[in-house]
Design a protein around this ligand. Structure first.
Ligand code: LMR
Length: 401
């Protein structure tokens, strides 16, 4: 009998991480990788930020242990993450109506959220923004969800189309799950304004939807609290939702895989029940989380001086990205590249969507060695003084011919 593996044909490479594999194999000296969302400094290096270096030094000095963590992670880490997400004086913290579990990255949090919801009998339908991060549909489809999409951007691709977005969500079936990106929308960099968040909260309440907030970039856009403006719409008394946090970007801890899933329930009793089910979802998947990345984040958030240092480190990354946005727009305009570029200056987070066709994206890679994700999503952090002229000239060439 033929083994099932014998009939397997190769799967398509990952639409983001697969590009970095191709980039590494490219021998052209002018190559530029603007695909995966990883921060680099102006010399093209992804630094270990000073607060993380100091936390690691302290951890090394402590007589540690490599024993298992609890299924839901270290208690102090879980509390620190909750306070970071909401602010220590928030009603959700005071009421104790949330439960946080430590997870391997934000992706781990999303998968645990999916498993938890299906295992506790939620709707099997999830609504995703169109466009969204390409891994979102894969994570939720693999877990067993049926996927629906809501329109997100207007025709310009530079603004949220709140009427169409909210109109579509208004047709969702009560109980359906809706994935909302808290800030720094991936791939567009375009976020809802406060009025749209407030109206989203109304639709969620009216239609009895269950939001999952993917909060992977807290502090990477405009600031730790500024990037939490979604909470004015969603963090209302009684409203239940989930938050997936990632510390890959804001602590530059990409390969440590550190994140968290927070369930906000109507009251503390329901939060405790939710945690008991989260633990089953985790135990049946990866058993318990890796410790090192969480210990770094926990050490920083627990120490006043290290926390200040981290906020300085974070502001440094944020400001470089904002500077890159301005430099990109200025260069595109100065080069006379046809397009509506000015709004990119005021967008939030790592990404900008240039709005390129599949053919233009392929030409950027094949003719100019510039690697960008579908529709021309670029990692703005990957621009440097050295590569910007080549990137702009290449974009101009593929748009004009
Ligand atoms: C991205 O969108 O590039 C990042 O979130 C990294 C990833 O895992 O895709």
């Amino acid at each position: 009998m033929a083994l099932p593996l014998r009939s397997l044909t190769p799967a398509a490479p990952d639409p983001i991480l697969g590009l970095t594999e191709a980039f590494k194999a490219d021998s052209r000296p002018e190559k530029v990788n603007l695909s995966v969302g990883v921060y680099v400094d102006d010399s093209g290096v992804t630094p270990v930020i000073p607060s993380v270096l100091e936390a690691e030094r302290r951890l090394l000095e402590k007589a540690g242990s490599k024993g298992y963590l609890p299924i839901d992670g270290r208690p102090a880490y879980r509390e620190a993450v909750r306070d970071l997400v909401f602010g220590a004086d928030h009603e959700i913290v005071a009421s104790g109506r949330s439960a946080t579990a430590q997870t391997p990255g934000g992706t781990g949090a999303l998968r645990v959220a999916a498993d938890f919801l299906l295992q506790t009998g939620s709707s099997k339908t999830i609504w995703l923004s169109e466009p969204t991060w390409p891994n979102h549909p894969q994570i939720f489809a693999m877990a067993g969800f049926a996927l629906r999409t809501y329109p997100y951007l207007d025709e310009s691709g530079r603004r949220v189309d709140s009427d169409r977005m909210l109109g579509t969500l208004g047709s969702a079936t009560p109980g359906d799950v809706v994935l909302l990106q808290g800030s720094c929308h991936n791939p567009s960099g375009v976020d809802p304004d406060p009025e749209t968040w407030a109206a989203t909260g109304e639709v969620v309440v009216e239609r009895e939807l269950l939001p999952i907030v993917d909060f992977a970039y807290q502090g990477f856009g405009f600031g730790l609290r500024e990037d939490a403006d979604w909470q004015a719409g969603l963090a209302r008394p009684g409203l239940e939702f989930l938050v997936c946090s990632s510390f890959s970007k804001n602590f530059a801890l990409y390969n440590e895989r550190v994140g968290a899933l927070t369930v906000v329930a109507a009251d503390s009793g329901r939060a405790a029940s939710a945690l008991s089910h989260l633990k089953i979802a985790i135990r049946s998947n990866y058993s318990n989380p890796p410790a090192h990345g969480g210990d770094i984040v926990g050490t920083i958030l627990a120490d006043a001086a290290l926390r200040v240092q981290w906020e300085v480190d974070l502001a440094g990354m944020r400001n470089r990205i904002l500077g890159n946005r301005a430099a990109l727009v200025d260069s595109l305009l100065a080069a006379g590249v046809p397009g509506d570029w000015e709004p990119i200056r005021r967008q939030r987070g790592m990404f900008a969507l240039l709005g390129l066709s599949a053919g233009q994206v392929a030409r950027l890679r094949d003719e100019f060695a510039v690697y960008v994700v579908g529709r021309g999503r670029i990692n703005v952090a990957g621009l440097t003084a050295a590569n910007l002229p080549h990137v702009v000239a290449s974009v101009k060439a593929v748009i004009e011919s």
